[in-house]
Design a protein around this ligand. Sequence first.
Ligand code: TPP
Ligand code: MG
Length: 416
Amino acid sequence: MTDLSSGSEQMQFLGRGGEDSDPEETAEWLEALDAVVAHVGKDRAQYLFDCLAEHALALGVESSRARVTPYINTIPRERQAPYPGDLELEERLAAALRWNALAMVVRANKAYGELGGHIASYASAADLFEVGFNHFFRAAAPGAEEGTGGDLVYFQPHSSPGVYARAYLEGFLSVEHLQHYRREIAGPGLCSYPHPWLMPDFWQFPTGSMGIGPINSIYQARFMRYLQNRDLAQTEDRKVWGFFGDGEMDEPESTAALSLAAREGLDNLVFVINCNLQRLDGPVRSNGRIIDELEAQFIGAGWNVIKVLWGSDWDALFARDRTGALLRAFAHTVDGQFQTFSANDGAYNRERFFGQNPELAALAAQLSDEDIDRLRRGGHDVRKLHAAYAKALEHRGQPTVILAKTMKGFGMGAAG
Ligand SMILES: Cc1ncc(C[n+]2csc(CCOP(=O)(O)OP(=O)(O)O)c2C)c(N)n1
Ligand SMILES: [Mg+2]
């Protein structure tokens, strides 16, 4: 960052406090930090940055960006272990699941238009679930009988079509079940939302009323610890997983017990939040950024936070971006704009996102419009998700939340 114009451009995203009254001075501070990163390294820069932040606090100067990290993946490419699965096979399975879920919901609604089924939500959650099913959820603790002592999963309620589709593929449900989606009263069928009273052999937890899943999963994880601590049951290796929506996190119950989970050090608990930036009737935040808000909230409550925002195709762009142009662009893009970018094609994004300045345009110059179109959000990249889940399981002393950026209706195509 050597010229003043780029310094003041950087202020655009730092400048939540208003106008920059002295861009020249701002540029000098930024240049000093750039020089430390370039010549001594990021560790030293972080040390200096932390010292400065502490000193500022002692002077009564607070940062408006406290507790929000840059809008990138928490786990960088170089710290991501190789993917242990079969990408091609898993992709084919996922496509079959998406299709079956869609077919089940569309068929039900053709017969009874009022049945609903939130198929676009499952389309956003599919990869989050599948990485769990394929690689992480355990039906039993090592050496224990199937169905005893395994993990406990709270599923995002209205994404249940995907869980039914998976159960059908595994042979747990019949075609007749799928034909009676949301019509289970008179015979074999499937209830709308997870409920162990309605489907006792299938669902473990009711999660349909938004907010009830997050708070109950925290108390469940705490109770598992209670049983362990009193030698009433062996629960040490068991995990509680919770998949929730970003809109759902606005329910008071969703966040009511977050600090309890941290105080109790519940490292047997993993939340995965499906951040598609949408709720039922509109954007979750629109003029702000829900992922930043959630990050600040969870870090403030004492959780370990892992963000999975960008898919693997972005890695090469980040690697070529020597000036931090992408980070600066993300930093002043709000959710409403992210949604517009993701709803439009490669040509639109080249013009409107990468066309914002010459540095970004240069990054996109090597990509075709199709390449740009294929740049995915991280919640649709199983490699990024796997790395995050693995890190969450390793983490000790705190519960973990994975903020996975996804797209509502991902993979459904125009017809869907
Ligand atoms: C307490 C409560 N209020 C309303 C609903 C109806 N409802 C079902 S899904 C949904 C929107 C959910 O948005 P989000 O959590 O972001 O999930 P997404 O579909 O975007 O993945 C609403 C309002 C509900 N299930 N529970
Ligand atoms: Mg949502």
